[in-house]
Design a protein around this ligand. Structure first.
Ligand code: NAP
Length: 292
């Protein structure tokens, strides 16, 4: 187990290698996908839905589809015009939820301001919610019940486990409270007996809270927002931020001289998100095909 407070800070932090761990998880997922195909004659299938043509979303989805193909997961892509209404999007997703050939559904965020994104997410059947975006999945994460995790928070927990970080009784500070990242990662940390504090844009004297963190999760979306001088010596630092220029939310160079473990950007949290998405898609397929 990594003891977060006892390490002398004579050396820079160990890096938490998300690329290597994601590679291992994806190799296991590929084997599991091949097993599903061999036993049922059906390959796991992820449906992706994109509204509009936002270039970043197009790139993300292409990347996810390429990774699916490599892992033996079929993908079915539905591209809808930016003018799509909430009712049309809900109808499309409901169709995919009812289609037995589709095992997982990913609605690419954002969908455009005129669409009720929550209504669209809720049209995803819970057993196909491999991106962990429905209220059902959120509640399951909150109650510690089986269900699909939001992919980035799920990936963060896998990283903490791979590096044997002992969370029990540790003070985990999560900076950010978004529905896909900050909030669920805090719930997952709480489920592992950490004492969790959330920080957000209204938090007063944020550095003083950050300085108490044995485990710090930065999910802010502001480049180098967390300064090394505010990192508690020996802390485990998870930088979920991904800002233009491949820069995280933590000032890596200063933080790595105080942390015991730290995720690099890129190559830390980022690769874990897709790895968890693929893994959860194969798990969904295995369950729906009666293998588990
Ligand atoms: P988001 O929805 O914009 O949420 C940002 C959060 O940070 C909000 O809760 C906001 O507080 C808080 N915040 C903003 N400015 C702050 C300040 N000055 N002080 C304290 N808190 C502040 O962002 P997100 O979707 O969670 O993403 C966060 C970061 O993670 C981004 O860099 C994103 O690119 C990255 N990300 C990476 C992955 C991955 O796969 N690696 C996946 C998703 C996101 P309020 O709630 O008060 O507004």
């Amino acid at each position: 187990m990594v003891e977060t407070q006892d390490r002398s800070q004579t050396q820079p932090a160990r890096l938490m290698d998300g690329t290597a761990l994601a590679g291992r998880i994806t190799r296991e997922t590929s084997a599991a996908a091949a097993d599903v195909l061999r036993r049922t004659g059906v390959a796991p299938c992820l449906a992706t839905v994109l509204v509009g043509e936002d270039p970043a979303s197009v790139t993300y989805l292409r990347m996810k589809q390429a990774r699916c193909a490599k892992a033996g997961i079929e993908s079915r892509h539905v591209s809808l015009p930016a003018s799509t209404s909430t009712a049309e999007l809900v109808a499309t997703i409901t169709g995919l939820s009812q289609d037995p050939a589709v095992h997982g559904i990913l609605l690419q965020h954002p969908v455009g301001p005129h669409i009720d994104e929550r209504a669209a997410f809720e049209a995803i059947a819970p057993e196909k919610d491999v991106d962990g975006v429905t209220m059902h999945s959120f509640a399951a994460m909150g109650f510690g019940l089986p269900g699909f995790a939001s992919c980035t928070p799920g990936g963060i927990m896998r990283l903490l486990d791979a590096y044997e970080v002992d969370l029990t009784g540790k003070h985990a500070v999560v900076v950010g409270r978004s529905a896909i990242l900050g909030r669920p990662v805090g719930m997952l940390l709480l489920g592992r007996d950490a004492t969790v504090t959330y920080c957000h844009s209204r938090t007063v004297d944020l550095p003083s809270v950050v300085r108490q963190a044995d485990v710090l999760v930065a999910a802010v979306g502001r480049p180098r927002f967390i300064r090394g001088e505010d990192v508690k010596p020996g802390a485990v630092v998870i930088d979920a931020g991904y800002n233009p220029g491949n820069v995280g939310d933590v000032d890596f160079e200063s933080a790595r001289h105080r942390a015991s473990l730290i995720t690099p950007v890129p190559g830390g949290v980022g690769p874990m998100t897709i790895a968890v998405l693929l893994e959860q898609t194969v798990q969904a397929a295995a369950r729906q095909l009666g293998l588990t």
